[in-house]
Design a protein around this ligand. Sequence first.
Ligand code: DO4
Ligand code: MG
Length: 285
Amino acid sequence: MNLCRFKDKQNNIRIGLATDHSTVVDLTPAGITQMQPLLESEDAVAGLNQIKKDHLPQLDLSSVKLCAPVEQQEVWAAGVTYLRSKAARMEESDFSASAYDRVYAAERPELFFKSIAEKIVSPGEPVGIRRDARWNVPEPELALVINSRGKIVGHTIGNDMSSRDIEGENLLYLPQAKIYDRSCALGPWIHLGASETTARAWKIEIEIRRGGQSVFAGNTSAGQLKRSFDQLTEFLFRSQRFPHGVILLTGTGVVPPDGFTLQAQDIVEIKIDGIGSLKNPVVTV
Ligand code: DO4
Ligand code: MG
């Protein structure tokens, strides 16, 4: 079941269910004007199943403007959770290479703040590359949607845009490599109710197109993620409250080759089985 936010013709945000990948049922007339109460409820899927949908407006998915599926949640990210990510960071950095090796093996994961909700980029909107960076990449990541009680209630797709030259120069520059305008996209919706076992079988794919041609494509499986979702969530909630819930990107397992950098006007598309596709053009910010 896919819970989405979309804009109506008057630019008001509405909540919907993308019942298949071509129709959206508008839940707003059923009194659902926010996702949060559903995400906080004991069983969002059961609650949504009880709503009679016959009389609710059905819209063509292609006719609605989807918005990032985030309301007031903070967005955080885990890092170095896949072997591929560890290897890439060790290659890009000089004196801090051992930090990546250590964190991959350590019990405590790397967790970092990524964005406030209002800065998250929606499907179809541009993601950014920094104008002071020369080596920029997208990071295709499975994102966990976690409620205020620390329960994982859904999954979405995240793009953790990153500047590898800034990150590689010095670990202390990580916030500048990771947190800037348009550096995080989420969408197209929240897939509710999948178990960790189901989600770990999903393939994560990325393709970057430039001038109509594919310039990079790669994939991994969420099953390659070294840590359990519960372990990541448990560390995130240590000595920390998320009154509105939180979204946690779980790290990347696909890194383009070292000679590759994004350019303005590239198109980045990330697909995850069981969720859908998140597509964004690139701009310089
Ligand atoms: O430590 C740097 C960031 C790692 C990251 O974002 C990832 O592995 O996805
Ligand atoms: Mg990442």
